[in-house]
Design a protein around this ligand. Structure first.
Ligand code: UDP
Ligand code: MG
Length: 314
């Protein structure tokens, strides 16, 4: 009998956890799908992990791990995929913004032989205008980098065991899960779903967090910004050739004292361009540094299974 693992990253989700576990197990039981729910507590500061432990006591299909601190959703997803034992894995959110019924649809597609089932947002839900604009620009970049249209993609997807193993064996630490399933390829299907409003609590994404996420994801998939540096240099070189000729002409005609404004402007433009370019290069160097250190991506502090065996020992 095939097993479905549902991976659920949870960060300060005490308001949603029980509801999510109940809803998922109800839907999957009703559909007759053998399942396990794997909650990954991403270093929550509220009662999230206590609730995971309680839920795993009630329902043997539920287990979970808890990080020593907040490592971010990406780390939580990958920790969940490592823990998962299923023949297929679904990643979903704890706030139930991704409808549980869609998982059943995904499972059916998987049974038909699709190895990746992408959840596609039919609308982007409610968001601020500025947020929407940045999100669209970001997805335009990343779609180009991955070579696929990622405009309405989400972290909600089903992956076959073979794909999960590919992702588990990636050595890079700074990952972008949403794009990696596209990158991996395999036989892919798409299901559309309507993004529901959050059940409880607030979204954990601040504007700064989103910007950092966007930059990190773009640079993790493309070196295009480095090519922009080269392009900038070329443009400046062409300009300097034109200006150079003009300066020499002036010099030989004996009228070389003027043009101080030009000097100041050139200094500013070139100085700025050099610093921005160094910043871009520096960013990639920083990424290399982070990858080379190869620290673990997350630290697991607790596991519900271990605590159960301890309880038996005692
Ligand atoms: N999440 C996480 N670590 C974080 C931030 C979020 O594990 O640092 C989880 C969160 O608990 C939820 C999912 O990622 O299950 C999506 O988070 P959220 O709803 O805040 O994001 P949004 O839906 O607004 O994109
Ligand atoms: Mg959400």
């Amino acid at each position: 009998m095939n097993l479905l693992s549902v991976v659920i990253p949870a960060y300060n989700e005490e308001k949603n956890l029980i509801v999510a576990a109940q809803r998922l197990s109800d839907v999957l039981t009703a559909a007759g799908i053998p399942y396990e729910l794997i909650f990954v507590d991403d270093g929550s500061r509220d009662a999230t992990y206590t609730l995971i432990r309680e839920e795993s006591g009630r329902n043997p299909a539920v287990r979970g791990v808890s990080f020593s601190r907040n490592f971010g959703k990406e780390a939580a997803i990958f920790a969940g995929l490592k823990e998962a034992k299923g023949d297929a894995c679904v990643v979903t959110d704890c706030d139930m913004q991704f409808p549980a019924e869609v998982i059943v649809e995904m499972w059916k597609l998987w049974e038909q032989g699709y190895q990746v089932v992408e959840g596609k947002k039919s609308s982007r839900g409610k968001e601020r205008a500025a947020h929407g604009f940045f999100a669209r620009t970001f997805y335009k970049f990343i779609s180009k980098a991955v070579g696929m249209d990622m405009q309405s993609s989400s972290d909600f997807k089903l992956l076959d065991r073979q794909v999960v193993d590919v992702l588990n064996n990636l050595r890079e630490r700074d990952t972008f899960f949403r794009a990696l399933s596209f990158w991996a390829g395999f036989k892919t299907a798409t299901v559309e779903f309507e993004v529901a409003p959050r059940v409880g609590g607030a979204s954990k994404w601040s504007f700064t967090k989103l910007t950092r996420y966007a930059i990190s994801n773009i640079t993790s998939f493309t070196t295009a910004p480095l090519r922009v540096v080269t392009l900038l240099g070329t443009v400046l070189l062409i300009c300097s050739a034109v200006l150079g000729v003009q300066t020499l002409v002036h010099f030989f005609m004996g009228e070389a004292v003027e043009g101080f404004t030009t000097v100041i402007l050139l200094l500013l433009v070139i100085g700025g361009a050099i610093m921005v370019s160094l910043g871009i290069i520096g960013h990639y160097v920083g990424r290399i540094y982070d990858e080379v250190k190869s620290r673990p991506r997350y630290i697991i502090a607790h596991r519900t299974e271990e605590e159960k065996t301890h309880a038996v020992d005692a």
